[in-house]
Design a protein around this ligand. Structure first.
Ligand SMILES: Cc1cc2nc3c(=O)[nH]c(=O)nc-3n(C[C@H](O)[C@H](O)[C@H](O)COP(=O)(O)O)c2cc1C
Ligand SMILES: [Fe+2]
Ligand SMILES: [Fe+2]
Length: 414
């Protein structure tokens, strides 16, 4: 992939990773990109680096524009390995460059590398760096999504380089949102944004909302958002801002995700009448079997839906391990605004459904009680009970959705 000029004198010098399918445990069916940006101003300035496996791609991109020893400044917006990994190589080539990062960023860089001979400057929100015709303005974004994270706004270019926020895991020959949509579809792009948000940024909704509002209050005029993964938002950056504000406010479809696993198919057989009951009550439904679905896809589908029914058989008095694994992922992502219920098949003492309700409550998620349990296999009356359960749950979901999410969003920009 060649370098691309995204604004006058500002170049994408990143790498496309077509082959990655497991990204720290999450599936990336379309691969990803590691974006970084070289500002060719009086003081040439690199913003972020690429994942270490792609270091020579990144270096050759830089070399196509400039001798790396001429780089004056290196901005590190985020110290996770996929953006920091090449910094040691870059510093070999540009030993006199000054690194700009947050206080936590600096502490992290010191842990990753031997920085004894490096110039590192800590920056805070509002600090600026003049590179020539452009001025960089730093905006700290702690916990979006690591404590070190910040964004860099390029004054004069109306460009926000946003690190992981607003990114998507998409390998593509296209670099911009409009190009991607023309070559693929808006649905695919939106799905990737939701996937990224659900799996990486879900815990930080409140912070994201206040940060977007703060950026708005700072009066930054943004006409392009360049994240560290996926496409650059140039045709309509407000699209992704509004998607984030909506998600931060808990927006979801009037839909129930049934997420389950099973040993001998009884829990699985419960999903069918439950699903029919849900549909007959006028609510959409999506059914996901855990061991047949990557965890990060299950999380995305959970996030898209207003409510979730989790199904598990009892195994040795406990919840089924794949369901426990899903719940551990979900708990860490601290979801809110989703109504929960549970069901499952058991043989004698049971335990899985009880475990699930206890877990939902420990997560402070609203629940519909009780759940539904079937001993061993479903009889005709169990089919009817499951159907009724589906209908009742769906009616509760409808009410919950309309009561709490019926009003128009109060987001700071629309
Ligand atoms: C290895 C194993 C351990 C089990 N442990 C329990 C248990 O501790 N308590 C219980 O109520 N049922 C237990 N069961 C019975 C299952 O919960 C029961 O067969 C249920 O119908 C399985 O649902 P499924 O068809 O959705 O897998 C166990 C089953 C197996 C295979
Ligand atoms: Fe990250
Ligand atoms: Fe990243």
């Amino acid at each position: 992939m060649n370098v691309i000029e995204i604004k006058p004198g500002i170049f994408w010098t990143g790498a496309v990773d077509w082959a990655v399918r497991d990204f720290h445990g999450y599936v990336t069916p379309s691969g990803t990109t590691y974006n970084n940006y070289l500002i060719m101003d009086d003081e040439p300035t690199l913003v972020d680096t690429v994942k270490h496996d792609f270091v020579e791609v990144g270096v050759s991109n830089i070399r196509s524009l400039i001798d790396p020893s001429k780089i004056k400044n290196i901005v590190i917006n985020h110290i996770e390995n996929d953006h920091l990994g090449s910094l040691d190589r870059i510093m070999e080539l540009s030993p006199s460059a000054t690194i700009y990062t947050t206080k936590r960023g600096r502490q992290g860089i010191d842990r990753f590398f031997d920085t004894a001979s490096w110039n590192i400057k800590e920056v805070k929100t509002g600090d600026t760096l003049k590179t020539g015709k452009y001025t960089l303005r730093f905006v700290e974004t702690p916990m979006i999504h690591w404590p070190d994270s910040m964004m860099t706004y390029v004054e004069g270019a109306k460009l926000l380089i946003s690190q992981d926020a607003f990114g998507q895991h998409l390998a593509s020959t296209t670099r911009f949102d409009d190009e991607f949509v023309a070559a693929n579809s808006m649905t695919e792009l939106e799905d990737s944004v939701v996937d990224y948000y659900a799996n990486i940024l879900m815990p930080f909704g409140k912070l994201i909302k206040s940060k977007i509002c703060e950026i708005k209050d700072m009066g930054l005029d943004i006409d392009m958002i360049a994240p560290d993964h996926g496409v650059i938002w140039r045709s309509d950056p407000s699209k992704v801002l509004n998607m984030y504000l909506d998600m931060a406010e808990g927006k979801a479809k009037l839909q129930i995700a049934i997420i389950y696993d099973t040993m001998w198919h009884s829990t699985e057989h419960m999903t069918l009448p439950i699903m029919r009951g849900i549909i007959d009550a006028g609510v959409q439904c999506k059914v996901i079997k855990l061991r047949a679905t990557p965890m990060s896809v299950a999380i995305k589908e959970f996030w898209k839906s207003r409510a979730c029914l989790v199904g598990s058989p009892t195994l040795n008095n406990e919840v089924f391990p794949s369901v426990a694994e899903f719940m551990v992922h979900l708990k860490g992502l601290r979801p809110s605004d989703r109504l929960m219920g549970a069901f499952g098949s058991y043989g004698w003492g049971g335990g899985a459904v009880k475990w699930l309700y206890e877990t939902f409550k420990s997560m402070k998620l609203p629940v519909v009680e009780p759940g539904i349990q079937v001993q061993y296999r479903l009889r005709n009356e169990d089919h009817e009970k499951c159907y009724e359960y589906g209908r009742t749950f769906a009616k509760a979901v409808k009410e919950f959705h309309e009561k709490n999410y019926g009003a128009p969003s109060s987001a700071c920009i629309k």
